[in-house]
Write a protein that binds this ligand. Structure first.
Ligand SMILES: N[C@@H](CCC(=O)N[C@@H](CS)C(=O)NCC(=O)O)C(=O)O
Length: 337
C-alpha cells in the first residue's frame, strides 16, 4: 500500500495540509525535451527525446518493503520510491533524505549532482513541515536533503553533500581544479544555496506572501509560521529580500556572460560544475519548469512562480535558457519527485 500526499489544498498554501492513503500506479512512460535556445517544452512519445539515464536513480526499487509516495492531482502521479527513516537507518551505502512531491531547490540540486556522477542511492522520505521525529533522532535536524553514507556523520548542508559526492565519484568532478575558478564557484554557489542567499531570501518572500495574503486559510498559516520560525522569517527581512535576490541574479548573469564570451557554455571554468546544477535547480524559485516535465500541485507552482518585478527583471532570458540547457543535457526530465 502506498500513500498519496495531498500537499496543499488551496492555492497559496505553503504547508502540507492533509495526508491520505492510496494505491500506487505505474510509470507514465513519456519523455520530454527542452529546447535550450527558446525554452520551449516539447512532449515526445515513449523512447524519443531525453532518455532517463541509468545508474543515478534511486535504488529504492531494489529495497524490500519500500512503498511509493506520490502526489495526486489532476489525475497524474509522481512516481519516485521512498523508504522510511526507520528502514534507512538499518542500511549501508548512501541514503538521501528528500522531500517528496515538491521540486525543493536544495533537494533537486542534490539529486542532480548524484545523477551526473551516477552515484546510486536510496530515497528516504522527509515530511515537508512535519515533525519528522525519526529524522531528528537520526540526523539531529528535520530538513531535507540529507546525505547519510554508511556510518559517517549525516551531511545536512549543500557544500558537505557536494564534497561527499566528489569523494564517492571523483569523476566527473563538479568542483573546478583551478583555484580561482574554485573560489568563484563556491562564492557564487553560496550566494545561491547559503544562508541569506537566493534560495533563503526567496523562501522568506514566499512565507511573507502566504502570511500577508488575506485568502490564506488560518490552518495553513500555522504551518507557514512554523517554517518561518525555522528559517528566520521577519516581515522586514522578507520585504528587503527582492533587491538582494536580484543582486545575486545579476552576479550570476554577469558571470555567465563573461564565460560565454570566452566561448564556454558553462558558468565557471571550462566544464560543467556544481554551480550550473545549483542554478538550474534554484531557478524554480523564479519560474518552475513547465507542468509537462515538473508536475507539481498548482498551489506550489503559484507560490514558486515569482511575481516580484525586481526579481523577474533580474532573471534574464540568458539565465533561464541556461537552466533549460542544464536540465536538458544533464538532469532528470521529467522530474521524478
Ligand atoms: N540545510 C540545507 C538547506 C535545506 C533546506 O533549507 N531545506 C528546506 C527546503 S524549503 C526544507 O527541507 N524545508 C522543509 C522543512 O523544513 O520541513 C542546506 O543548507 O544545504
Amino acid at each position: 500500500m502506498a500513500r498519496a500526499i495531498v500537499i496543499a489544498e488551496r492555492e497559496g498554501d505553503l504547508a502540507p495540509s492533509a495526508f491520505r492513503a492510496e494505491h500506487p500506479s505505474t510509470r507514465a512512460g513519456r519523455c520530454w525535451r527542452i529546447d535550450p535556445d527558446c525554452s520551449r517544452t516539447i512532449a515526445n512519445t515513449r523512447g524519443a527525446g531525453l532518455a532517463r539515464s541509468p545508474g543515478a536513480d534511486s535504488g529504492g526499487s531494489r529495497v524490500r518493503g519500500t512503498r511509493r509516495d506520490h502526489v495526486k492531482f489532476r489525475g497524474s502521479k509522481a512516481m519516485a520510491t521512498y523508504i522510511e527513516v526507520d528502514e534507512a537507518i538499518k542500511m549501508k551505502g548512501l541514503r538521501v533524505v528528500l522531500t517528496p512531491s515538491v521540486p525543493g531547490p536544495w533537494t533537486e540540486a542534490a539529486k542532480g549532482i548524484l545523477r551526473v556522477k551516477k552515484i546510486p542511492y536510496v530515497k528516504v522520505r522527509q515530511e515537508l513541515g512535519g515533525p519528522n521525529l525519526p529524522l531528528i533522532n537520526w540526523t539531529k535536524q528535520a530538513t531535507a536533503p540529507v546525505f547519510v553514507y554508511n556510518d559517517e556523520r549525516p551531511r545536512t548542508i549543500w557544500i558537505d553533500q557536494l564534497y561527499l559526492a566528489e569523494r564517492l565519484a571523483p569523476e566527473p568532478s563538479l568542483i573546478p581544479a583551478v583555484q580561482a575558478d574554485r573560489a568563484l564557484m563556491f562564492g557564487l554557489a553560496n550566494e545561491i544555496c547559503g544562508e541569506n542567499g537566493f534560495g533563503w531570501m526567496r523562501r522568506l518572500m514566499m512565507i511573507h506572501g502566504s502570511l500577508t495574503n488575506p485568502e490564506t486559510p488560518e490552518a495553513s498559516k500555522q504551518g507557514t509560521r512554523t517554517l518561518g520560525a525555522k528559517y528566520d522569517y521577519a516581515p522586514a527581512a522578507a520585504e528587503a529580500s527582492a533587491p538582494r535576490v536580484a543582486e545575486i541574479l545579476g552576479a550570476l548573469d554577469r558571470q555567465l556572460t563573461a564565460n560565454r564570451a570566452r566561448g564556454v557554455k558553462f558558468m565557471v571554468g571550462d566544464r560543467l560544475s556544481a554551480l550550473d546544477i545549483y542554478w538550474a535547480a534554484f531557478a524554480a524559485l523564479v519560474k518552475p519548469l513547465p507542468d509537462e516535465v515538473c508536475k507539481i500541485h498548482p498551489g506550489f507552482r503559484k507560490m514558486y512562480d515569482c511575481a516580484d518585478p525586481i526579481v523577474t527583471a533580474a532573471a534574464t532570458p540568458q539565465l533561464m535558457a541556461h537552466r533549460d540547457f542544464i536540465y536538458h543535457e544533464y538532469l532528470e526530465l521529467p522530474l521524478d519527485m
